[in-house]
Ligand binder design. Structure first.
Ligand code: HAM
Length: 442
């Protein structure tokens, strides 16, 4: 029989790496709480129409990458539906905002999420078919200040804080404005015209995009095309006064917070719902434009740690009230890869405080009782087995724990136990009542 394996593009996360995932999530939750965000959990699958309308029929995500199936009716009361594993979480959050009439509270909704997303992309380092995002959205009626550029600056400042607290060094914030849908349509035509002459000298993908979707030419990573792309008109020149003022106010607030960023005129993002502010935080390796910079790309060619922006028309696109918003999603898998490149996996592995080694199987019950006592006092305890020889107990304990505690007949009777600390090599005799205290200190 052939052996079964995890499906291509999916993977198992094992200890000790999962300890790092947990630490990242705990840090994110703590930071989000300080900015007064609450957690939202939306379903992992949704009506396909949510993504085709929200993310956009023409995007790569919707046209090529979704896991979609016909969910057949099982009862007369049900109807056959087209369902999709969520490729991202923003559309789901906005759907929930509309469904639960959160706008009627009149307040800004500040929601964060952590969870798996699914895209049928070509798997490679840093790119998976099931991946995890840590994201947040700020959304509400305009009267709640949801359109304020201060919200944009605050989100970016929060992200800088989170990355710093996670210990990610060397990130770059790329910032741009894509204006209103009308601005973007205008820019698309400006690009289309400019590309008539230039595209024949570019890669086949660009030649195709020049006709179908000129904006996507800006994403091209082919080195030979880069000098040509640099000469193209910039979206900044197609923005109306409103988008320009909004961007200037957002960056002024960001400047005041001291968070560094670079204006990246090519950052147009691949989802249709974006309006005005767009951003990405990258790390090492390639820049979004595809130009090489020194340093090994630890997250593969996939250098965007996170992306986001404003989506002032998304709610209306999926049938809701006017509800401007801004948010982001961090690729958690990429955060982990980045942190692993900065520190040894071994340093993440947590050792138990103590390994309890019963001498002889008849001491197993007493060892379980002792382990229970120590665990109740908050210690991390690994329990051996009386069938092990002492030498074997020492070998296992040295790998798994900071100390070993020997439990034989004498120790049980006298209530004085022998503890050996592996790093110092010292052996101490400790009364059972003082054990937890002693182990906490060493
Ligand atoms: P996105 O740029 O499509 O935006 O994804 C955000 C991040 O998710 C990326 O920067 C990347 O780190 C990670 N990511 C995307 N695809 C994969 C993959 N196949 N494997 C591993 N990581 C991946 C969004 O999803 C928007 N919903 C973000 C947003 C929230 N905009 C406004 N609010």
């Amino acid at each position: 029989m052939s052996t079964l394996k995890a499906v291509r593009g999916t993977r198992d996360l094992l200890p000790p790496e999962t300890a790092l995932w947990n630490r990242i999530e705990a840090t994110a939750r703590a930071v989000f709480a300080r900015y007064n965000f609450g957690e939202i959990r939306t379903p992992i699958f949704e009506d396909t129409a949510l993504f085709s309308r929200g993310v956009g029929e023409e995007t790569d995500i919707v046209s090529k990458e979704m896991y979609t199936w016909e969910d057949r009716a099982r009862a007369q009361s049900e109807k056959t539906q087209t369902l999709t594993l969520r490729p991202e979480n923003t559309a789901g959050v906005v759907r929930a905002y509309i469904e639960h009439k959160l706008g009627e509270t009149g307040q800004l909704q500040k929601l964060y999420y952590i969870g798996p997303q699914f895209r049928r992309e070509r798997p490679q380092k840093g790119r998976y078919r099931q991946f995890s995002q840590i994201g947040a959205e700020v959304i509400g009626p305009p009267s709640a200040g949801s359109e304020s550029p201060l919200r944009d600056a605050e989100i970016l400042e929060m992200l800088a804080t989170l990355l710093d607290e996670l210990g990610i060094t060397g990130w770059t914030l790329h910032l741009n404005s894509v204006g209103s849908p009308a601005d973007r349509a205008r820019y698309n035509e400006v690009l289309r015209t400019a590309l008539v002459e230039l595209a024949p000298r570019m890669c086949p993908d660009c030649q195709r995009r020049a006709v179908t979707n000129p904006l996507r030419v800006l994403d091209c990573k082919v080195p030979e095309d880069q000098p040509i792309i640099e000469t193209l008109p910039k979206i900044a020149d197609s923005l109306d006064a409103d988008a320009q003022t909004h961007f200037a106010a957002g960056t002024a607030a960001l400047d005041a917070s001291g968070v560094p960023y670079t204006r990246n005129h090519r950052l147009v993002r691949g989802l249709d719902y974006y309006t005005r502010t767009t951003f990405e935080f990258t790390h090492g390796g390639l820049t979004p434009q595809g130009a090489s910079s020194p340093g090994a790309p630890v997250i593969g060619a996939q250098n965007a740690l996170l992306g986001g922006g404003r989506y002032d028309g998304l709610s209306e696109m999926i049938g809701g009230p006017r509800a401007p918003g801004i948010g982001f999603a961090i690729g958690e898998d990429r955060l982990v890869l980045t942190l692993l490149a900065q520190q040894e996996l071994a340093a993440i592995a947590e050792k138990a405080d103590v390994f309890v080694a019963p001498i002889g199987e008849e001491l197993n019950p007493a060892a379980l009782a002792l382990a229970r006592e120590l665990r109740h006092s908050g210690l991390r305890v690994e329990l051996g087995d009386g069938s092990f020889r002492l030498k074997k107990s020492f070998e296992i304990a040295d790998k798994q724990a900071l100390n070993i505690l020997i439990l034989g007949e004498d120790e049980l009777k006298s209530g004085i136990l022998t503890v050996k600390n592996f790093s110092t090599g010292t052996q101490s005799k400790i009364a059972r009542a003082d054990l937890a205290e002693h182990l906490r200190k060493v």
